[in-house]
Design a protein around this ligand. Structure first.
Ligand SMILES: O=P(O)(O)O[C@H]1O[C@H](CO)[C@@H](O)[C@H]1O
Ligand SMILES: O=c1cc[nH]c(=O)[nH]1
Length: 306
């Protein structure tokens, strides 16, 4: 139990998760409601203290499969087969050795709830030198579908690298750039992956899938195809290479907590050519594996496993 954490948790140079909330120190215990885990009910340092890599993605099924894939890739014993540690149906949480795989649902509100609790979990567990990744799918801008994008920064729908929340009725923004050394390391690792194209660029994070991403195929649309293409071209000119729905919150909250973070998403469609994702299911499944394989290679390389 670590509610009385000392100064070492406030010093970002020591590799601990850095939470900016003086109220946490006054709480006798902390219950992470959406995971059904808590400092009073679970020995979080024993359960999670060895975590060094956290990978988050949309669906619990995908993140469970990813954990089992990592379990194999790291050659972990059968007795440690990952199981869901979050005893709720909100999010899935699976551990494979030093790798924690967690789902976040769709959109920033869902990501924000999960990430607040996940960062507190890492803090209470006294994890240090953790690297975090969001891995997933996106729409591309001028890229062959199936391309993997390693994000340089997450930007909002006006192409600004900042995550804006309304707090106590006021707009509050936090920067959302990503760690550039991690971008270079990921690109280097991606170069070793056969038959997969990986590029770097900004990732635009939208608050919805349809109008917010300039689609023409939602239930509602008050703009023309020309308006859409002009907007997407402006995004591309601003360095945006793909569009998804969680990177902004993820990048900003990890940065605020002093945790190095990366975003790796495969593109499913070229939005300059269309809106609907009509690629055959088997091909989509293969593309979805691309960020997983890249991160598995990254983790193995960091752990010195050939
Ligand atoms: O990376 P995944 O979880 O696939 O998420 C992407 O796909 C969902 C929309 O289909 C959004 O949540 C978007 O960010
Ligand atoms: O176009 C797309 C594809 C996946 N996810 C998104 O948010 N947008």
């Amino acid at each position: 139990m670590s509610m009385d954490s000392g100064d070492q948790h406030c010093d970002t140079s020591n590799g601990y998760v850095h939470l900016h909330n003086p109220h946490l120190k006054t709480m006798a215990s902390d219950f992470l409601y959406h995971f059904n885990l808590g400092t009073a009910t679970h020995d979080l340092p024993a359960m999670f203290g060895d975590v060094k890599f956290v990978v988050v993605g949309g669906s619990p099924t995908r993140m469970g499969k990813f954990a089992r894939f990592i379990h194999q890739e790291l050659g972990l014993p059968d007795s440690e087969e990952p199981r869901d540690l979050a005893d709720t149906d909100r999010y899935g949480m699976f551990k494979a050795g030093p790798v924690l795989s967690v789902s976040h649902g769709m959109g920033m509100p869902s990501m924000s709830i999960m990430l607040n609790e996940l960062l507190k979990l890492l803090y209470h567990a006294r994890c240090s030198n953790v690297v975090m990744f969001r891995m997933g799918t996106s729409g591309g801008l001028g890229l062959e579908p199936g391309t993997v994008v390693i994000s340089k920064a997450a930007v909002d729908a006006c192409f600004r690298p900042r995550y804006t929340q309304i707090v106590l009725g006021k707009e509050t923004s936090r920067p959302s750039e990503l760690d550039q050394s991690l971008v270079d390391e990921l690109l280097h690792v991606a170069g070793q992956e056969d038959g997969v194209t990986a590029v770097t660029g900004n990732t635009m994070c939208a608050n919805g899938f349809y109008e917010e991403q300039g689609r023409l195929d939602g239930a509602f649309c008050d703009y023309t195809e020309d308006d859409k293409l002009q907007y997407l071209q402006r995004a591309r000119d601003a360095g945006v290479r793909n569009i998804e729905m969680e990177s902004l919150c993820f990048a900003a909250l990890c940065k605020n907590a002093g945790v190095k973070a990366g975003v790796v998403c495969v593109t499913l469609v070229d939005r300059l050519r269309g809106d609907q994702v009509t690629t055959p299911h088997d091909t989509l499944k293969e593309w979805e594996l691309r960020p997983q394989k890249l991160l598995a290679r990254f983790i193995r390389s960091r752990l010195g496993i050939k």
